[in-house]
Write a protein that binds this ligand. Structure first.
Ligand code: ATP
Ligand code: MN
Length: 478
């Protein structure tokens, strides 16, 4: 399909065969004997070196061959004369598809800060770092679909626009076609949503889970993989306003099966990246090592590939919320009052607590289960004690919560009781409640924030750098 890409050409045996290169100039270097053009087309982290002779082309042409310009080069694939690459291209013709004036083109061959690159998100895919991240992101997305397909799950497309405001997972973005300058009112003066597009209030989804459960009650094993929206005003390095979530939902799975599924799933997709993204992971590992050079020894991170292999090769630690609280109460930072937030049974663990458990205490991924019902969603199955629910959170080093899941309450009376307790109008959820009236079944599921996975695998530190065009408070450019 189409001409060979640079990735394929770099792997070919050089036999002076004719090749055509199409790509963007990364660097141009002129010496007395040759002009070296490093070209990249995004198919790989590696550039191909094209070599022209001084005087072979008019000066006006060579002058516009600058970083960022897009070229078509024809020539011969030969064994490289220099070190650093196996093959290179002896240039015969150059066509400039598009120049990139070096006086204004913002991506020059030097180190740019990630903050600066966020301001030019339209161009940052052309950098080594973002090229690597985007290729790894793709590989992980592919591995997700492959994982579920191979195991008999069906990809269920849950709606992006929803009218259920019951999940309570986060602040929602409203969807409306009402004229904001002429808002229709009821006689009591409230906004009259009957006149809105759907005849009622509508929002962008915060999770596909509730609809996912409907699918699992018919197809047994389903998963969703789609965009999710939360208008959370938290300016953190782990939250986006628009992110992609993977939500498998399985009939006949109890909490244990759910934990096994979640652990096997993340391990398998990480192993896929290790196997299929070697060059890009190596590049990111070196990049991190370079950054670490400026840090004191004890703050340096373990090499990226080692970190990923460790997660794949070792069982996750599993314990209950109650056991975790006991560990935190006995911990040094708690005794020395180093935690910012208080510890005690019933608290919603904050990221510092999660990270203590994962990074300091167990030094491996942790699955916490059986949380107090007060801090978890209404749909989670009550434990026998009536105090805790069959929830599970998977916590990762450097990230904190990467997966949240649970066994769902399948008992109609108990579920209805929880709906009333948390103050949801059951009318809004009549369709969800009916699954418990007609052929209810034990079932479980979880949600993985795709960007948190990409964050972990790439070793990046800000979630805004692992999605092509991030959405966060006050930012929706591009
Ligand atoms: P957190 O406590 O980190 O805000 P949460 O408890 O709100 O997470 P859930 O509602 O359980 O998260 O969502 C499931 C998963 O979605 C989380 O485990 C996480 O990986 C991811 N996630 C949640 N909110 C965001 C966000 N704003 N941006 C990116 N990923 C998110
Ligand atoms: Mn949240």
């Amino acid at each position: 399909m189409g001409p060979l890409q640079i990735k394929e050409i770099l792997q070919a045996t050089p036999e002076n065969q004719p090749v055509t290169l199409k790509g963007w100039v990364r660097t141009k270097r002129e010496s007395k004997n040759a002009i070296f053009i490093a070209l990249n087309d995004g198919s790989t982290i590696h550039n191909i070196q094209a070599v022209a002779q001084p005087g072979q082309f008019p000066d006006e042409l060579i002058q516009i061959v600058t970083t960022g310009a897009c070229l078509k080069i024809t020539g011969q694939l030969v064994e490289s004369q220099g070190s650093g690459q196996a093959v290179e291209v002896k240039v015969e013709s150059i066509e400039v598809y598009g120049a990139a004036d070096p006086d204004v083109y913002p991506l020059q061959p030097k180190k740019h800060s990630l903050e600066f690159l966020r301001e030019i998100a339209h161009l940052r895919p052309r950098t080594n770092t973002f090229g690597a991240i985007l290729r790894i992101r793709h590989a992980l997305a592919f591995a997700v679909h492959q994982y579920f397909n191979d195991r008999g799950f069906f990809y269920l497309h849950t709606p992006v626009i929803t009218a259920s405001d019951a999940e309570g997972a986060g602040e929602m973005f409203r969807v409306t076609t009402l004229d904001l300058n002429k808002i229709p009112r009821t006689e009591e003066g409230a906004i009259n949503f009957k006149e809105d597009f759907f005849g009622r209030e509508a929002n962008l989804t915060v999770s596909g889970q509730l609809e996912g459960e409907l699918g699992a009650m018919a197809l047994s094993k389903i998963y969703t993989f789609g965009p999710t929206f939360r208008a959370e005003n938290s300016n953190t390095t782990r939250h986006l306003a628009e992110f992609w979530m993977i939500e498998p939902e399985m009939a006949f799975f109890e909490l244990e099966d759910n934990m096994d599924a979640a652990e096997d799933f993340v391990k398998t997709v990480i192993a896929y990246a290790l196997e299929n993204c070697k060059d890009d992971l190596n590049f990111l590992q070196n990049r991190l090592a370079e950054e670490d050079k400026n840090k004191p020894q004890n703050e340096r991170s373990i090499p990226l590939l080692e970190k990923l292999s460790f997660v794949v090769d070792n069982p996750f630690e599993r314990l209950t919320y109650t056991e975790a609280i006991e560990i935190l109460l006995k911990s040094k930072p708690h005794k020395e009052k180093k935690f910012q937030y208080p510890v005690g049974w019933g608290i919603d663990l904050s990221s510092e607590h999660e990270r203590y458990l994962v990074e300091k205490h167990f030094k491996k991924p942790v699955i916490l289960t059986n949380y107090p019902k007060e801090i978890k969603s209404f749909y989670m199955k009550l434990d026998e004690d009536g105090k805790t629910v069959r929830a599970m959170d998977v916590l990762f080093p450097g990230i904190g919560e990467i997966i949240g899941g649970s066994q769902r309450e399948e008992n109609y009376e108990k579920l209805l009781g929880r709906v009333h307790e948390v103050g949801i109008d059951p009318q809004n959820l009549w369709w969800y409640l009916e699954t418990r009236k007609f052929g209810t079944a034990p079932h479980s599921g979880f949600g993985l924030g795709f960007e948190r996975l990409v964050l972990f695998v790439t070793g990046m530190s800000n979630i805004r750098d692992v999605i092509p065009f991030p959405r966060y408070p006050k930012s929706a450019e591009f």
